[in-house]
Design a protein around this ligand. Structure first.
Ligand code: MG
Length: 381
């Protein structure tokens, strides 16, 4: 498929903006852009990229955008209905799902039904409804190309692999975040400002906090299990502080392939748009002589319990992952609003996992209900 036009769900966030950079570098057209509430940035993007459709999170934000870009004659819609339209718009060959959280699930499924290639940057979708999403992708013949750097690395290591039974295990690398090496008790007083300072990557606030608690790696273990249909016993994590080796695959003959690169999301974003081809680099390449020493250390699920909770939910199956993820989204939201402490994030996730009942073999409605119950449990205090 020669990609000519793309839609970006979540275009004003970190991945969305970098996707627009890459699209410009590749000379692609923009079919639709969506954002939650950032009217200023969306107005700028609409003026620069002239999409066929803009979507905002609320009617109020949509109205504000309409006033700002009335001279462009671009339709502006809002809410889930608008997101679904952006995900299925005829012009788009690829839909990049860069929205944060569970809100990405319905539009991702809609884009799959419309046989779009999915540039998947919304990991919560696969975490909560991985089987549903992957089954739909198989049924409709929609390609899913991961944008997450670790999963893109694995995707690249598997490009020449014709027989999946040759895979012994996937090895996800984790930077360890800003607090790796600390004890749980030492993290009680961590502030929002501390948690938002990631050593290697510049990302949105939710994923940066997830990196600090190491929940991000837990979510990525589940994402990898779903994407490649492998059990937990074949997905491992190593801490690699430098974020140069983005992940590895070990094959049954003992060979290990890795993908290396500078920590710049534009590389995996570009591959999701140009696959199966590679194009000129969107950023400076890695210099092996100056990138320094590369180290590998064990993960620490005792002091970073979120990692253990995610693995536990993945092994439990059913709606356990949706409960764990919904609770985490709500707890991170409370933390970012200074309502709970850093260590309350794993505590609230644990409590939701212990109190919300798991439904086996869930449908979409069961997953959405589990997500709601988990959030309610966290917000209830
Ligand atoms: Mg990642």
């Amino acid at each position: 498929m020669k990609v000519q036009s793309i839609s970006i769900l979540g275009s004003t966030g970190s991945i969305g903006r970098q996707t627009l950079d890459v699209a410009e570098h590749l000379g692609l057209k923009i079919a639709a852009l969506t954002a939650n509430e950032n009217v200023d940035r969306m107005a700028e993007q609409a003026r620069k990229y002239r999409p066929k459709l803009c979507v905002m999170g609320s009617e109020q934000a949509a109205e504000a955008l309409r006033m700002r870009i009335s001279d462009l004659f671009i339709p502006v819609k809002c809410g889930m209905e608008g997101l679904m339209e952006a995900a299925t718009i005829r012009e788009a060959d690829v839909v990049v799902t860069a929205v944060m959280g569970m809100i990405g699930l319905r539009p991702t499924l809609a884009a799959i039904h419309a046989k779009k290639r999915i540039g998947l940057a919304n990991k919560e979708t696969l975490v909560c409804a991985g089987e549903l999403v992957m089954d739909a992708a198989d049924r409709y013949g929609a390609e899913i190309v991961p944008v997450d750097s670790e999963h893109s690395a694995i995707f690249q290591c598997l490009m020449g692999c014709r027989d999946r039974s040759e895979i012994k295990r996937l090895i996800l690398t984790a930077s360890g975040g800003p607090f790796y090496g600390k004890k749980f008790e030492e993290m009680e007083t961590i502030t929002k400002e501390d948690a938002l300072r990631h050593p290697n990557w510049t990302m949105g606030p939710k994923i940066t906090v997830d990196s600090a608690t190491m929940m991000n790696k837990g979510l990525e273990v589940i994402e990898a299990m779903r994407l490649y249909r492998l059990p937990k016993s074949q997905v491992d994590v190593v801490v690699h502080r430098q974020s140069i080796v983005h992940s590895l695959v070990e094959f049954r003959d003992g060979a290990i392939l890795a993908q290396l690169g500078v920590p710049d999301m534009r590389i995996p974003i570009q591959l999701a748009l140009t696959y199966p081809n590679r194009m000129d680099a969107p950023c400076a390449a890695l210099d092996l002589l100056s990138c320094g020493e590369l180290t590998f250390l064990p993960p620490d699920p005792v002091n970073f319990p979120c990692l253990a909770y995610a693995v536990e939910a993945a092994q439990r199956g059913g709606t356990a992952c949706a409960i764990m993820n919904g609770a985490n989204e709500a707890a991170v939201d409370l933390f970012l609003h200074d309502r709970i402490g850093f260590n309350d994030i794993p505590r609230r996730v644990r409590r939701a996992m212990d109190t919300v009942a798991v439904v086996d073999r869930p449908g979409l409605e069961d997953i959405l209900a589990a997500d709601r119950l988990a959030r309610d449990s966290v917000y209830a205090g």
